[in-house]
Design a protein around this ligand. Structure first.
Ligand SMILES: C[S@@+](CC[C@H](N)C(=O)[O-])C[C@H]1O[C@@H](n2cnc3c(N)ncnc32)[C@H](O)[C@@H]1O
Length: 207
């Protein structure tokens, strides 16, 4: 099964799954680091059903929500129908449907460990950032839980903070900071007694 097929399949229950995996404090941390200003444009990449997008529109930003999965975006459309500041776009990591230097912020929560090439995905995100604007990625620290690959189509078992830092710099970002969120992502295997408890990092950089 591809990651797109997986997310199309779980879309209707993603909100519930997500709340079991990680808490709202991940979003609070990501948004607080970005120093948001009302009226600015943000992109939420791998936006899913709108966990980050919802926080952004509540703070008065316009959001371009990009995801490979039609079903995930359809769930977001239902959930956030009362907001007209969201532009829903189907798109893939390596060719985001956003013009060069179009947005003031980019967020990507729990997206990077699903993409084929994290470095290419980060470079593609940097392409759409305006000069001086900010990228904030929240994702999993390196971990040993292989079952997440089979059961949730994870491609990467999290990341080392030194790799994230290196990729941000190679993609052209400065003021790079990789820190712990202080919260974990938890998941019970559906096929055994393995239980994943993984720390979450927040990485930011400026173009
Ligand atoms: C774990 S979910 C996270 C969703 C949302 N950001 C959240 O925090 O609830 C990962 C999302 O990234 C999307 N995704 C994974 N790989 C992608 C790719 N290569 N291109 C675009 N979207 C991708 C999936 O469809 C899915 O909606």
């Amino acid at each position: 099964m591809t990651s797109k097929e997986y997310f199309n399949q779980v879309a209707h229950q993603w909100e519930k799954m997500r709340a079991n995996f990680f808490s709202d404090s991940v979003r609070e941390k990501a948004l607080s680091i970005a120093e948001l200003h009302r009226g600015k444009i943000a992109a939420d990449i791998g936006a899913g059903t709108g966990f980050i997008t919802e926080g952004l529109v509540r703070k008065g930003l316009h959001v371009i929500a990009v995801d490979q999965s039609e079903a995930m975006l359809a769930e977001m459309k239902k959930k956030l129908a009362h907001y007209d500041a969201i532009d829903y776009r189907i798109g893939e990591a390596e060719s985001l449907p956003v013009s060069d230097e179009a947005v003031d912020y980019v967020f990507a929560n729990m997206y990077l460990h699903h993409v084929e090439s994290p470095l290419k995905a980060i470079k593609e995100i940097v392409r759409i950032l305006k000069p001086g604007s900010k990228l904030v990625i929240t994702d999993l620290d390196e971990h040993p839980f292989e079952f997440l690959k089979d059961e949730h189509q994870d491609r990467w078992l999290g990341f080392k903070s030194e790799d994230i830092r290196k990729w941000f710099i190679e993609a052209g970002l400065k003021e790079v900071i990789v820190d712990g969120v202080g919260k974990n992502c938890c998941a019970q295997s559906g096929h055994g007694d393995e239980y994943a408890n993984i720390s979450i990092f927040v990485a930011s950089g400026e173009k």
